[in-house]
Ligand binder design. Structure first.
Ligand SMILES: NC(=O)c1ccc[n+]([C@@H]2O[C@H](COP(=O)([O-])OP(=O)(O)OC[C@H]3O[C@@H](n4cnc5c(N)ncnc54)[C@H](O)[C@@H]3O)[C@@H](O)[C@H]2O)c1
Length: 257
């Protein structure tokens, strides 16, 4: 019960890492509001949490790219929770294309969700977290550090999230708000979509590469086993002297270039 009494908002809570983290937070004693645009999946995640931990979770539909919606939904969420201690901003989108072929629509989608979504949710959380300090955990990516061939727009968006996070940590330390970014490597529906776009040959090359660059096990991690315990720690009082960091939870992945 490391998070007993904590009030937490998780964006992207309908599936993948966000769903795993919402469950882990409730299991650790927190009350959780999960936000997403996949309403059926989000409602199912929350129903499963409440079946085990009655009254601990609520789902609200929220497109984090929409500033007005985010403000309204955060007010509703914090009203239900009775305050806010932690924002885990996990929602994100990925698209792939060679840099020379990236279209305006994909660029806008990636920046609206990954970058503007970070701006909107972090700003919406600020007045609530200000009351007694708290935690913001944004989601970056190794792509934002090393680059990611065939996904320059995604890499650029995650680079922006990391720089925003480092800056916010410095500005909001005076309010006792820590702001960190996690760079995960986990096997999720987003990664399944990524794999589905590869030919058999590409997939074989990809798997062979990962077997060499991920020292811990040679493939992406399992979010429940490899990330959730760390997310619980980051949300807890014990992580209060860690801020402005990019925290790689990636099995020790070695940059390929
Ligand atoms: N899986 C990995 O290895 C990996 C690696 C690097 C970074 N990340 C980052 O981790 C985060 C979670 O990734 P995942 O693998 O669980 O992805 P996922 O696609 O499985 O889940 C992402 C969730 O975000 C939600 N979402 C998308 N757009 C939204 C919007 N506008 N408003 C609200 N919710 C929205 C989706 O509906 C989905 O439920 C993302 O930010 C991703 O970029 C993941």
């Amino acid at each position: 019960m490391q998070l007993a009494g904590k009030n937490i908002i998780v964006t992207g809570g309908a599936r993948g890492i966000g769903a795993v983290v919402a469950r882990a937070y409730a299991a650790a004693g927190a009350r959780v509001v999960a936000l997403d645009v996949l309403d059926d999946e989000g409602a199912a995640v929350v129903a499963a949490i409440n079946a085990r931990y009655p009254g601990h979770a609520r789902y609200l539909s929220c497109n984090i790219a929409d500033a007005d919606q985010v403000r309204t939904v955060f007010a509703q969420a914090c009203d239900w929770l009775g305050g806010l201690d932690v924002l885990a901003n996990i929602a994100g989108v990925e698209r792939t294309a060679p840099a020379e072929a990236i279209g305006q629509a994909d660029w806008d989608l990636i920046f609206d969700v990954n970058v503007r979504g970070t701006l909107h949710t972090n700003q919406a959380a600020f007045p609530y977290l200000c009351e007694q300090g708290g935690r913001i955990i944004n989601f970056g990516s190794a792509a934002g550090i090393n680059g990611m061939p065939n996904a320059a727009h995604y890499a650029a968006s995650k680079g922006a999230v990391l720089a925003w996070t480092r800056t916010l940590a410095q500005e909001w330390a005076k309010h006792r708000i820590t702001v960190n970014a996690v760079a995960p490597m986990m096997w999720t529906p987003m990664y399944d979509t990524h794999r589905a776009k590869m030919s058999a040959d590409e997939l074989a090359t990809h798997d062979e590469l990962l077997s060499r660059v991920i020292p811990m096990g040679g493939k992406l991690g399992d979010a429940e086993r490899d990330l959730a315990p760390f997310m619980v720690f980051l949300a807890s009082d014990g992580s209060g002297f860690i801020t402005g960091q990019t925290l790689c939870v990636d099995g020790g992945t070695v940059p390929t270039r």
